[in-house]
Design a protein around this ligand. Structure first.
Ligand SMILES: NC(=O)c1ccc[n+]([C@@H]2O[C@H](COP(=O)([O-])OP(=O)(O)OC[C@H]3O[C@@H](n4cnc5c(N)ncnc54)[C@H](O)[C@@H]3O)[C@@H](O)[C@H]2O)c1
Length: 330
């Protein structure tokens, strides 16, 4: 406990650990401030990749495959998990062709038993897991109040519950092996700003950002880092996510919807086709894990839209400060 100070907070106070090195939340409402000498954050962050193991969901394509390449090239053995059997086999072959020790496991991340099985298979094959990328995701959207409930179930099942199940399996494992590591959750800029017509997707990605910002505080004492990847448009297969929609969650509404939605979908498809190369994102993730960065951004052109949202929220605080209702009391 050298160099630390312990303070007790009233229940209603909220502490944000923007730097896990100096603020550690403890059980109850005690807060410990100061770096623990026996658990120095910098020393425990992921610097050694060689011979360690990465697990990547949605690893058969796009950003997941790019992360698998990046971690594999850094010397890690890689297990990729995906729901598409053929693409999975091709991706494993490609990784092995790059001299990466890689294997694949067929897994629908929206099914808790499937994720549990994939985790067991990974540990049996490669031993302890040090990097977990909860990345599998689908691009289902629609207007809020109009998107079908099947779309909500599908998108939240994959993009949100898939991440929850991955964390349920691997957080206890990583804490128990005590060798440190890093968790990368793939959100999106849709977890930072809200574009209309993408309600279910936006909700799922804001939830992934929230979980990651929570988890980074909870895992800091264990030398496990957390990043949340928030890319803009990346040239992947996400526009064709419908290929992976299960039949029992088929969309009842007409596939193309009204004219405005049709044109918006076409624009998004075009933006993705002209998006960033996935390997650039993979390299950025590796860099961010080495540097132990929480938020990973890749698209500088989206910064103004994010700052606009923050400014609007900040203006709401100003209005509250000047509010007669709050200042006069009842
Ligand atoms: N491409 C972009 O512009 C972009 C931008 C921001 C965030 N993202 C996010 O990046 C992540 C990866 O998507 P991508 O762009 O590489 O798309 P992609 O379609 O190329 O890759 C997604 C992979 O996930 C797999 N998958 C789909 N449903 C699954 C399920 N139920 N279980 C397991 N695997 C499943 C697919 O088979 C595919 O291999 C997603 O979470 C997506 O939301 C993408």
């Amino acid at each position: 406990m050298t160099g630390q100070q312990k303070i007790s907070l009233p229940l209603h106070q909220c502490v944000v650990a923007s730097d896990p090195k100096i603020v550690t939340l403890r059980a109850g409402c005690d807060v410990v401030i100061g770096a623990r000498e026996d658990n120095d954050w910098e020393r425990r962050s992921m610097q050694e990749f060689d011979g360690r193991t990465a697990f990547v969901t949605g690893g058969a394509s796009g950003i997941g495959l790019a992360m698998a390449r990046a971690f594999g090239r850094a010397g890690m053995q890689v297990m990729i998990a995906d729901v598409e059997e053929q693409a999975l086999g091709a991706a494993v072959n490609e990784l092995q062709g790059l001299q990466i020790r890689a294997d694949g496991t067929l897994c629908d991340v929206s099914q808790r038993d499937a994720v549990a099985h994939a985790a067991r298979h990974t540990i049996e094959t490669f031993g302890n897991v040090h990097v977990v990328c909860n990345n599998a995701g689908v691009g289902g959207g629609g207007q809020i109040g109009e998107a079908s409930l099947n779309t909500w179930d599908w998108v939240l099942g994959v993009n949100l519950m898939g991440v929850v199940y991955g964390l349920q399996e691997f957080v206890p494992h990583m804490k128990a092996h005590g060798e440190g590591g890093h968790i990368v959750n793939t959100a999106s800029m849709a977890g930072m700003i809200n574009m209309p017509g993408m309600g279910p997707y936006n909700a799922s990605k804001f939830a992934v950002v929230s979980m990651s910002e929570t988890l980074v505080q909870e895992l800091a004492p264990f030398g496990i880092g957390v990043s949340v990847l928030c890319p803009g448009w990346v040239r992947t297969g996400i526009s064709d996510s419908e290929r992976n929609r299960p039949d029992d969650l088929a969309d009842g509404s007409p596939p193309l919807g009204d004219a405005e939605m049709t044109s918006r979908r076409a624009t998004i498809r075009e933006l993705i086709a002209q998006g960033l190369e996935p390997d650039v994102v993979g390299a950025r993730v590796l860099e961010a894990v080495r540097n132990n960065e929480l938020h990973i951004f890749t698209h500088m052109d989206m910064r103004p839209a994010f700052e606009e949202r923050i400014a609007a929220i900040s203006a709401a605080w100003d209005r509250a400060e000047d509010s007669p209702a709050l200042n006069q009391g009842v």
